[in-house]
Write a protein that binds this ligand. Structure first.
Ligand SMILES: [Zn+2]
Ligand SMILES: [Zn+2]
Length: 654
């Protein structure tokens, strides 16, 4: 009786696969049940090996008739495990539908459909010359050819995607269209279904496991041929994937922050590379990493520089607020501009990245400041709930009438949030509709879509919103945008902050002036002479990005260097510091720069202190070799148990 030996990935936080044997040959990528300790665990067959005769346990059960991951998909998962230095078992598990993450459910796949010719509906929208040109360019792409579709806001990227998708459908192929956030999927779904009907599917993490399983099966069998999905859809199987599109490729939401910290954008690029298919990265504000790849001719580029409506882009104006008394964060000139806009029967938008009423609650008599018990971050006053709320852990606290420090009654709110603006603006403009869009006002299912539709249909009104409001939504009547919260981006020490601020301002400007092209973006700042702000004022994102990149290159900073973070988390600061200090001492940092240990941006979270080492290397090879050494040291160190540690490659927040 001959045995077959397999390396099996098991969803546990250990950085290795485990060897089991079976009397029967099993296809790679198949789900199996194996004994691990006393428990029966779910495993995936990764590879067959020649065994050297050590005792192995048998595979208990083969769960499905066919593999869940194809050979190329296993390659991609293996790459992801190496690249992000994350346990292979957890990597594999994250891309299984929830319903199949156990040893009890067998997957029952209907036989793949014969891909019949599809009925193609004639496109109703006529393309501009630039769009036609872009489509021509993109349809010629063959094999792995990553291409940036740079399109200013309102230039009609979606219509270009549609033509490319149709071409794939005609070739009997499937397409994966990725969006960074669930809120952006309804409008894409609507437009795609209009064109391709039932061939279109949608997949994201807010759907029930049962619903997701159904969508997963349909895409896998070829019944749906175009899948719109967020991060979790990056590895969705299709019988004949011909094209991947990553919309809004710059968006930080493509990066997962908990557990397996992967970027769905980067995973999609790797997938396209391994499958040897084209991938289109679309954005009006491409990431510096993508622009570097374009600069080095690793990515192609095609540009849409004109709005389809042929309207002028909005004008930027920077308002110096150093000598100004603000009303709930608004300068008098901004309030006047809002009044004028409303008078013209148009909409005004206030863009602010702080929800709640006021970001701080303090005592004027002593140094007391309301902070969260377990995170030490400032508590934000929420007027509607009449509570002080921690935005990190969501803990809520009552509002004291006397200072807990000195018993004085001089307690006051500092700063402005969306709720306060709503109240102030309602007082200033009592007969105007005011719509607030933030995480609090859009909690209920479909409330976001409902709000967006109401705003689109309304004439003269004021919109108040966080970054949620600026992503991809069009407001035809919007004529004025006031940005009141950009100085954090200007002054931040973190290099990513200025890039993000630029992207947000260009995106927010893109929401305005689609109808008549007289729109204005008013940027309130205490740093009106800042060179990055002045560059942005021209409204050309590529120039803005280019000037930052010249600086970064000179300083050897990303995108001209590669970064990773090793984070330690424990109940005391000292434990973290000792732990990271010791770790740092073990490496020879000839090629790499090691910064820290320093407190993480979230210095304390849910009762645990967080510290980190930041690694920076001139190349991926150097970064990886250093990470490998560090992880090896950590795995061998028994004291590691006291500290929870994690690795974050290509971090987007620090
Ligand atoms: Zn006090
Ligand atoms: Zn908290």
């Amino acid at each position: 009786m001959s045995n077959f030996f397999y390396n099996v990935s098991i969803a546990i936080p250990l950085r290795q696969a485990f060897t089991y044997h079976s009397e029967n040959q099993i296809q790679l990528g198949t789900r199996v049940a194996v004994r691990f300790g006393a428990k029966l665990k779910l495993g995936i067959i990764l590879e067959e090996i020649n065994h050297d005769g050590i005792q192995t346990k048998p595979i208990d059960q083969v769960l499905d008739d066919e593999p869940i991951f194809s050979a190329t998909e296993l390659d991609i998962l293996g790459w992801a495990s190496d690249y992000y230095h994350h346990p292979i078992g957890e990597v594999c598990n994250s891309f299984l539908p929830t319903s199949l993450r156990n040893v009890k459910t067998a997957m029952n796949i209907d036989a793949p459909l014969v891909t019949a010719d599809i009925d193609i509906k004639v496109f109703t929208k006529i393309l501009s010359d630039q769009q036609t040109n872009a489509v021509k360019f993109l349809l010629k792409l063959q094999g792995f050819s990553p291409t940036l579709l740079y399109g200013v806001t309102g230039s009609g990227k979606t219509e270009v995607y549609l033509r490319c998708i149709q071409e794939q459908l005609l070739k009997h192929k499937s397409v994966l269209l990725m969006a960074p956030e669930i809120s952006l999927t309804p409008q894409l779904e609507l437009r795609l279904k209009e064109q391709f009907g039932d061939l279109v599917g949608l997949y994201h993490s807010k759907m029930t496991p049962a619903k997701r399983y159904k969508v997963w099966k349909k895409f896998r069998s070829g019944e749906t041929r175009v899948l719109i999905g967020t991060r979790s859809a990056a590895m969705m199987s299709a019988p004949n994937l011909g094209l991947i599109i990553v919309d809004e490729e710059h968006d930080a939401s493509y990066k997962q922050h908990e557990g397996f910290k992967f970027s769905a954008r980067d995973l999609a690029i790797k997938r396209a590379q391994i499958l040897k298919i084209p991938i289109i990265l679309g954005s009006a504000t491409p990431s510096l990493r993508t622009l570097r790849s374009v600069e080095e001719k690793n990515f192609g580029i095609i540009k849409l520089t004109k709005r389809i409506t042929k309207q002028n882009p909005p004008k930027f104006s920077i308002l110096d607020i150093n000598e100004t008394t603000l009303t709930s964060g608004l300068a008098p000139q901004a309030i006047e501009a809002i009044a004028t806009t409303l008078h013209q029967n148009k909409q005004a938008m206030i863009f602010i990245n702080r929800r709640g009423f006021a970001p701080q609650f303090i005592c004027a008599n002593c140094d007391w400041r309301a902070t969260c018990n377990s995170c030490e971050s400032s508590l934000v006053f929420h007027h509607h709930q009449d509570r002080l709320i921690c935005h990190r852990c969501d803990s809520a606290f009552g509002v004291p009438t006397h200072c807990p420090g000195c018993s004085a009654e001089q307690l006051s709110f500092i700063g402005t949030g969306t709720e306060q603006l709503e109240i102030t603006l309602q007082e200033l403009f009592p007969n105007t509709h005011i719509y607030r869009m933030d995480k609090d006002s859009t909690k209920k299912a479909n409330s976001m879509e409902h709000l967006l539709n109401t705003i689109r249909d309304s004439q003269s009104s004021i919109l108040i919103g966080t970054q949620m409001l600026i992503k991809g939504h069009d407001f035809p009547n919007l004529e004025l945008v006031v940005a009141i919260d950009v100085d954090q981006g200007v002054t931040s020490l973190h290099p990513g902050a200025i890039e993000e601020m630029g992207q947000q301002l260009i995106q927010v400007a893109g929401r305005a002036g689609r109808a008549d092209g007289n729109a204005l973006v008013l940027v309130q700042s205490r740093y009106s002479e800042d060179k990055n702000l002045l560059q942005l004022k021209q409204g050309n994102y590529l120039n803005f990005a280019h000037s930052i990149m010249i600086e970064r290159k000179a300083l050897n900073q990303p995108p001209y260097a590669f970064e990773a973070i090793i984070k330690a988390s424990s109940p005391t600061s000292q434990t973290n510091l000792d732990f990271l200090q010791k770790l740092k001492a073990t490496v020879d940092s000839k090629h790499c720069m090691l910064v820290g240990p320093i407190p993480s941006m979230q210095a304390k979270l849910r009762g645990s202190y967080q510290h980190q080492l930041v690694l920076q290397a001139p190349s991926r090879v150097h970064l990886n070799s250093m990470l490998r050494t560090l992880i090896q040291t950590l795995s061998e160190n028994k004291k590691s148990n006291k500290v929870r540690w994690s690795v974050n490659v290509d971090p987007v927040e620090f």
